[in-house]
Design a protein around this ligand. Structure first.
Ligand SMILES: C[S@@+](CC[C@H](N)C(=O)[O-])C[C@H]1O[C@@H](n2cnc3c(N)ncnc32)[C@H](O)[C@@H]1O
Length: 303
């Protein structure tokens, strides 16, 4: 257990806070909508008073592009889940779910079973904050797993996961917080759960260049890239969840390939800027591009 005042959910709150800030934008200006995010964020009332524009402006003073990066990640996965939901995925496993509310805020087929996996303490706080009645709750099963010492496959199958059904798995914003061994063993276990069907896996990872060549992890002209990289790492460490694992694209592709997946897409905010922010008049300039975390979609090779 960390010594942080946040317990084990500091970073989960951090991401929920960005979803709350984005949700405060006018509906024709925002790229995601999470009407539940405020329930999980300490100080949500104050953020609401500050509003979207001021909160984003303030965030840019600390780490330009971080808000847009996290929100683009959310939207990228929202699009993936909605697409796979309509093209045959019958199960959705949210690994390291934190305060992810996709089960309740997206329009998913009522036949799609959803398994939320996270540490027991984080799940307990989440459940205590959710409204008593919420859309689609009958389709959600909580499965407590600590990736560092518990078997994902055992816990999921005990909770009713069906290895015969096409599934979409997401591991969003988690791989940097756990050891490479834990990521590797989690993906190995996941591979045993999809032997007989067509499945999709999303993973985000932090580029190892963050340590070796920080400038390469931001757009040209990004202010004080090396110093900013240290700020980002220290913000996570301060809430008790330091970033400890970094990867190359080749390492991720090889890890996935060894476990029966082939990479279909590997993108960053740089690729998503024109797709998501330009249509709402919020294109980020090059010197605010934050591209140190990659978003990868892989398909099981049984497809
Ligand atoms: C940055 S949060 C991301 C939460 C969510 N995926 C999102 O993007 O909003 C990281 C999540 O990973 C979970 N996590 C960290 N270490 C874990 C472990 N060893 N086993 C299971 N979950 C873990 C945390 O509890 C937290 O919910």
């Amino acid at each position: 257990m960390s010594n942080s005042i946040f317990g084990k959910d500091g970073t989960a709150q951090g991401v929920a806070k960005q979803r709350l800030i984005e949700t405060l934008a006018k509906s024709d200006k925002r790229i995601i909508n999470d009407p539940y995010a405020d329930r999980f964020v300490i100080g949500a009332g104050f953020i609401k008073l500050m509003g979207h524009k001021f909160s984003v402006w303030l965030g840019k003073k600390l780490v330009p592009g971080l808000h847009e990066h996290l929100i683009a990640r959310t939207r990228f996965i929202d699009d993936l889940i909605e697409k796979t939901g309509t093209t045959g995925a019958e199960q959705y496993v949210i690994l390291g779910a934190g305060y992810d509310l996709r089960a309740h805020r997206l329009d998913l087929p009522s036949s799609m079973r959803i398994f939320e996996v996270d540490q027991a303490e984080v799940q307990a706080r989440k459940r205590s904050k959710l409204p008593k009645t919420i859309t689609n709750s009958e389709n959600v099963t909580y499965v407590a797993v600590d990736f560092t010492h518990q078997s994902l496959a055992e816990q999921l199958t005990a909770a009713g996961f069906d290895i015969g059904k096409p599934t979409v798995f997401t591991l969003e914003g988690v791989s940097q917080y756990i050891t490479k061994e834990a990521v590797s063993s989690t993906i190995e276990e996941l591979a045993t759960l999809i032997q007989t069907n067509s499945s999709t896996f999303f993973i985000s990872y932090v580029d190892e260049l963050l340590d070796k060549d920080p400038e390469a992890c931001f757009g040209r002209g990004y202010p004080n890239a090396a110093q900013r990289a240290e700020t980002i790492k220290s913000l996570s460490a301060k809430v008790g969840e330091p970033w400890i694992s970094f990867y190359t694209a080749e390492e991720i592709a090889s890890l996935l390939s060894r476990n029966g997946f082939s990479v279909e897409e590997n993108v960053t905010l740089e690729d998503l800027n024109s797709l998501y922010f330009t249509p709402v008049g919020r294109t980020l300039p090059e010197n605010q591009i934050f591209k140190l975390e990659h978003f990868v979609i892989a398909k099981s090779q049984n497809n």
